[in-house]
Structures are given as C-alpha cells and as structure tokens.
Design a protein around this ligand. Sequence first.
Ligand SMILES: [Mn+2]
Length: 335
Amino acid sequence: MQYKDFENSFDTMKEIIESKKRFIISSHINPDGDSIGSEIAVLNMLKDLGKEVLVINSSITPDNCLFLKGANEIIEHGHLTSEERSFIKKADVFIVLDVNEIKRIGIVSNILENTSLYTICIDHHVLSHPSMDLSIVKEDASATGEIIYHFMKYAGYRITLNIAEAIYVSIATDTGSFQYSNTTIESHKIAAEFLSMGLNHSHIYENYSCNQPLRKAHLFISVISTMQTECNGKIIWMQMTQDMLKQTKAKSQDSEGIINFAMNIKGVKVILFFKELEGEKVKVSLRSRKHYNVRTIASSLGGGGHNNASGILMKGSLEETIPKLLTKIKKDLKI
Ligand SMILES: [Mn+2]
C-alpha cells in the first residue's frame, strides 16, 4: 500500500489509542471541511472504542459542517465549562489534525503548557517544526481525512457511516470536489467504497455546499469587486477589509470559496487573497496552478501549506503588504 512507510507510526498510534483513556482533539484556527471532518472521524472512532474524548477548537465550527454526526460536540475554547477544564487536566493524549504547527491551533495550544500529554499530529502539510511525540505527515495525501481512513483500515477499526461521511467531507473539501491536482485514484477509491456502504453523496452536497448563508453572498460581492489583475491576468489579487465584514455581518470564514471562484478564471496562474485582520495584520491566502510553487514563497515569509495552496500571516496594513508581496511573487515566480 501507499502507506507502507507509515506502518511503524500506525502501530504506535494504535498502541497509544488502545492503552490510553482520555483524548483531546484539535485543529487549526478557522477550521474547514478537512479539519472538522477529520476531527469528527477521530472523535467517532475513539468513542466507538469506548474512549473519553473532547474536541476543542479555537474558532467556531462552520455552519455547513454542523450536519455531520458529532459536530455539535465540538467545543469552542472560549466556552469551556469547569467540568471540561478538569477533563483537560486529566487527559492523556492530545491529537492535532490537519496542522503540524502548534501555533496554528490558536488559543487551544495553552492546553499543552501545564500537562504531560502525549501529542500526536496527523497532517498532509509539509512538516516544518516536528515538535510532537508522534507525527504522521503524508504530504501527498489528498486530505488529512485520507490518512485517517488508512490508519483505521490498518488498525482494523470499523468505519461506520458517520465516520465515512466525515472523511468524505474531508476529501471532497481538500480536492475541491475531486477536481484539484491532488485528486488521486486513491481518493476516488475511498469515495467509491463509501458510496457502496450507502453514503448519500447528494445529501452531503446539499448540506455542505448548498447551505450557505446569504451574508456570504454579500461578502462575496464586496471582495470580488476589489479584484485586480497583473501581468496580463496571470496574477489576480483581491482583498477583504474589516469594514466589509461589518457591513455584510459576515464572519471571516464566510470568505471560504471566493478564492476558488477566482481560480476558475482563464489564464490565471496565481491568486492572492489579502484579508485584513485586527491589529495591523494581514492574512494572505495563495493559490496557484500546478507548475507555480507558492509554498516556497509562503515559507520564506513565515507561512506554509502546499505547493499550490498556501497561507502567510503578514504584519502591516493592506496598503503595505499588497505591493510588497506582489513584487516578490513576480520576481520569484518569474511571471
Ligand atoms: Mn487539509
């Protein structure tokens, strides 16, 4: 199998799962379908094995993931009860999914300060700081959910329909519904297996994709209207201000999908989406066509991700960061 090199890690993970009792699961800030889907898959897997589990994120769960069985159990860090806080103190294992840098999990990383938790990370981003006790990182996996699928198969754990739905959302999210270049025979095979189990893909599509709040459309209009092209349309960039979020009453995660819309424009090679944060900071999402590696640029500026989908957190205003990054992109990618 493609996961041959992972047998030792999978054995260790299985051993830890079977010998420990209390687990905490988390993922990155502003979670997406892969992070939430992976969390729900692992949550259900552990609960089916009789374990005690808390899923804690720094950010709220996106509305379109709430239909997944177990999503209502995900806790926002700011809303922890005293009972949950005492669970954290007694917990044995901390699993982070779809992220390999502790700082990307936000405020939840506080949990790691005072405990002797065994830490596990399962991810498909390029590993930059291996700081976990066990890191299972497979860069060419289409989604974190795909690695979880293979682990469960290897461990002999039952993939229930609830788990299959969560993993399906993971893979469908990160492959852009089986369209991006990271889509593989493997991702289709997993989907096919789930369909044969009775997974209703159109039910998932209706709940996950056709369930967007109206405010998202309003935000979409505001952001798309800032779209600018450079280098004969090879570079497209756009921005989202704090004002736009206030005016449309949207949340920052409502901007998900805008960049994919821009990616469909003919001739575009690189997309930059600048999102103004509070406190003179800008989050930049980068997307690119196959032969344009944006991860190297993102890494050189303290960010990371995949070759064709990366992110950077930059200090400064939109006015400062936009020209700075555009100049670097043109120079480094020779566009
Ligand atoms: Mn992912």
